[in-house]
Design a protein around this ligand. Sequence first.
Ligand code: PHE
Length: 356
Amino acid sequence: MQSLIKEWDGESVVVSYHRPTDTWVFVAIHDTTLGPAMGGCRLRVYDAPRDGLRDAMRLAAGMTAKWAVAGFEFGGGKSVLAPPRPLQGADRVSVLEHFGDLLESLGGSYMTGEDLGTTPEDMAIIGRRSQWVHGVDGKGDRAVDPGPYTALGVFVGMRAFVRQVLGGELEGRTVLIQGAGDVGRPLAHRLHEAGARLIVSDVDASRAEGVAKEVDGRTVSPEAAYETECDVFAPCAVGAVLGTETIPRLRCRIVAGSANNQLATDDDAEGLHQRGIWYAPDYVVNAGGAIALPMLGQGRPKAAIDARIRNIERTMEEILAEAVERNESPLHSAGRRVQRVLETARGRSKAVGSRQ
Ligand code: PHE
């Protein structure tokens, strides 16, 4: 863990250990150029605590990029709760309270919200201990689910790619959704309403079947998902699903989904590009939940939030147009956008400094 932290390009890492449940807690703060760090809280069983730390660091970097492209004044951060076994009941509550106390002690330099493995109810529990949770009301007894907002952003972003790469709208197109959860399910519904054909896959077969039934789709097993023919492959579960082992098996033209860190490494963007598969950068297309949470906190109306999320469509069009022109992965055009935003902000803060 020491070497991971030393080699990281982020700003700081907070590590805490909850002895009663043998749970490690990591808060990774990647870049606060744009503002205080904000990013979700993930709860997952890892093979080793070190893997949880690595996940937190990569996810935090993704948040830096997500806020920069979405145009919000937040920095990149993420937290990971890494217990040795699934957490339920009183154990779960005590870990969440422990995390809530840690969060409060950070004084707002890191803010959190829901992510993979945590629920709105979990956020409400954390919210009883800390004010730095987005998506819960002041008393911490009501929580919003960012999932459907994320799904809206993926939907419009996917539509932009389909239009430019395949021509036409989503109607009649086949989309394979990997992960029928908090985002996958509402995404499947939106796509169904737009006339797309759906294939659903989930590690929990009954969950896949349930969602497939709701949208007149069919299911495939998690292993078969990669080689199933489709127009769009939509990773909506865990990250690192696109790597040297899976990319050669894909039979799609577009990858656009909600999972964070879909690529095993940034080099895998090249692998996709060489296969003629257009990759929608995860942190651009999945920003809907991130956009919604602070806006909900400010009491902004749903129409304003939806409109802001729908901007993702335009952003994706621009990113893809640039990538096509330069014959490169859209990840590169998106990356330049991130750097431009960060450099402008750094230049601005330097100018302010020199006047003082
Ligand atoms: N976990 C979601 C994401 O990664 C939503 C979220 C964003 C939660 C920001 C908290 C803070 O985008």
